[in-house]
Design a protein around this ligand. Structure first.
Ligand SMILES: NC(=O)c1ccc[n+]([C@@H]2O[C@H](COP(=O)([O-])OP(=O)(O)OC[C@H]3O[C@@H](n4cnc5c(N)ncnc54)[C@H](OP(=O)(O)O)[C@@H]3O)[C@@H](O)[C@H]2O)c1
Length: 318
């Protein structure tokens, strides 16, 4: 290990633990000087990607990045008008890109099943990006808490339905877009639907983001034998419609330091396209580097709880 590696590693570690600097655009700018190389410009030529929540923020920026690397991109949205608008904007950024708009409300398990069953053909990259921070507790038609249904149950069902196509790929990859907020929560498999205690949107959001990280690890084990790689990541803090709407005060205060959506989406695209990410499996990433999933020892989930999460997702999406 060189002196430069030791110094950059120490700076990177310090930015991670102090949160603000690392999650902001300062962290992005500092780390990009020494992070893993960009994938080749045609890395995704001949490959097909699907991004949920692709009409806005990080999902749209990820779709641009994937299309730039040559992928055919399916923009999966719950509002087709917004999806078509995003498609036009992505085409402006990447002329000639092959883009398809598909409708699916990720929180509606019937809609997810219909979408998954009707999706035909090649799939190499699946990005679970759709997410919400609900202001108050609400349930879907299926009776599930909305943040959970959108970020965990819908993606779990969709991954299963699309896994035959991912297994058929020579380099299948799945990326769960989690959040650094997940560090604040343990896996709450005792109350996955947040029925107990006073509901707080930010807490509900962080809980499901923790679940996504564990779920990605479980799917990585499930699909490993078929050569499909599954990772989770967190984007830091990026200036998106989701942040300005759900966290207006945070957005006002931090705006000058927030990452652009492209900066927030950088690691999503890199995980989909780089050879380095394909050699790992079931890891949690930020700024092109594997990150710890826990900072506090008592937050580690037991093997029993991890399996209980899988059973819960299987039962709820049956
Ligand atoms: N921005 C950040 O700093 C940050 C930090 C950590 C993690 N994240 C994560 O990054 C992801 C993208 O967030 P963002 O900041 O880009 O927010 P955003 O601009 O609000 O984008 C969220 C996307 O998810 C879609 N969506 C929400 N519920 C859906 C559902 N039930 N079915 C289908 N699509 C649905 C939204 O569609 P509509 O436009 O129709 O609502 C939108 O396209 C989320 O998972 C978020 O938790 C973001």
């Amino acid at each position: 290990m060189t002196v430069t590696n030791v110094v950059t590693g120490a700076v990177d570690w310090a930015m991670d633990r102090t949160i603000g600097p690392g999650y902001s655009r300062l962290g992005f700018e500092a780390r990009k000087r020494f992070w893993a190389a960009d994938p080749p410009s045609d890395a995704l030529k001949g490959r097909v990607a699907l991004v949920t929540g692709a009409n806005s923020g990080l999902g749209k920026a990820a779709a641009v990045g994937l299309a730039r690397l040559g992928a055919v991109v399916h923009l999966v949205v719950r509002d087709v008008t917004k999806g078509e608008r995003a498609k036009a904007e992505i085409l402006d950024a990447v002329p000639g890109a092959e883009l398809h708009v598909g409708r699916c409300d990720l929180s509606d398990l019937t809609a997810v099943r219909e979408f998954g069953d009707s999706f035909a053909g090649q799939l190499d990259v699946l990005v679970h990006n759709a997410g919400v921070l609900p202001p108050e507790r609400a349930e879907t038609e299926d009776g599930h808490e909305v943040a959970l249904a959108t970020a965990v149950l819908g993606p779990h069902l969709l991954t299963g339905l699309l896994s035959p196509a991912l297994k058929a790929s020579l380099d299948g990859r799945v990326v769960f877009v989690s959040s650094g907020g997940m560090y604040s929560q343990s896996l709450r498999i005792d109350d996955p639907e947040y029925r107990e205690g006073e509901f707080a949107g930010a807490k509900a959001y962080s809980r499901v983001k923790r679940m996504q990280v564990v779920l990605a690890e479980l799917w990585a084990e499930e699909l490993r034998v078929d050569g499909v790689v599954v990772h989770s990541m967190h984007p830091g803090w990026a200036d998106t419609p989701g942040v300005s709407t759900s966290l207006p005060r945070f957005h006002r205060v931090t705006k000058p330091l927030l990452r652009t959506p492209e900066q927030g989406a950088d690691t999503i695209v890199w995980l989909a396209a780089s050879a380095e990410a394909g050699r790992e499996n079931g890891k949690f990433w930020h700024d092109r580097r594997v990150r710890p999933t826990h900072f506090l020892p008592w937050q580690h989930e037991s093997e029993e709880d991890r399996l209980a999460l899988w059973t819960f997702c299987e039962t709820a999406t049956r």
